[in-house]
Write a new protein. Structure first.
Length: 145
C-alpha cells in the first residue's frame, strides 16, 4: 500500500502545483497558502478529534519529554518555509521547472539523517540515483537560464 500512497501523493502534488501556478496569477502566494493551511487545519483537526488522537497527541507534545515538541516545531517551521519557497518558485518560474528541481528533496532527507543521527540509507544504487537527479537539475538549470 505504501507505493500506492506515494504515487497518489505524487499525482496529487502534480495537480496542486499545476493549479498553484494559475492561482498565483490572480492571488498572492501567501494568501493561497493561508487559505490552504486553514482548510487543512480544520479537516485534520476534525479527523484527529473524531479518531480520538487529538487529546492524546496534544498531551504527548506538551508532556515531560520535550524532544517530540522540539521536533514538531522543526516540522512546523520547515513546512511553512518549504511551502513559501515552492510557492515563490512556482510564481517566479513555473510549476514544472520548480517541481523538477524540488524532487531533489530525498537527497536532503538522506543528508539530514546522516548528519543528525548517522542514519545511513545510502548504497550504490541510491548514490547512482542521486547523481542522476543532480545531473537532471543541472540540465534544467543550464537550459532555463
Amino acid at each position: 500500500m505504501w507505493l500506492i500512497f506515494a504515487l497518489l501523493a505524487a499525482f496529487l502534488w502534480g495537480v496542486v502545483y499545476f493549479f498553484d501556478e494559475h492561482v498565483y496569477q490572480h492571488i498572492s502566494v501567501t494568501t493561497s497558502i493561508a487559505i490552504t493551511a486553514l482548510f487543512a487545519s480544520i479537516v485534520f483537526g476534525v479527523l484527529a478529534f473524531v479518531r480520538g488522537h487529538l487529546a492524546k497527541d496534544i498531551q504527548t507534545l506538551f508532556g515531560a519529554d520535550h524532544k517530540t515538541l522540539l521536533m514538531m516545531l522543526v516540522v512546523l517551521v520547515g513546512t511553512v518555509g518549504a511551502e513559501l519557497c515552492i510557492g515563490l518558485a512556482i510564481a517566479n518560474k513555473n510549476a514544472t521547472v520548480a517541481g523538477l528541481i524540488e524532487i531533489t528533496y530525498p537527497l536532503f532527507i538522506a543528508l539530514v539523517g546522516y548528519l543528525l543521527i548517522r542514519e545511513n540509507n545510502l548504497n550504490a544504487a541510491t548514490i547512482f540515483a542521486a547523481l542522476l537527479i543532480f545531473s537532471g537539475v543541472a540540465t534544467i538549470f543550464f537550459f532555463n537560464r
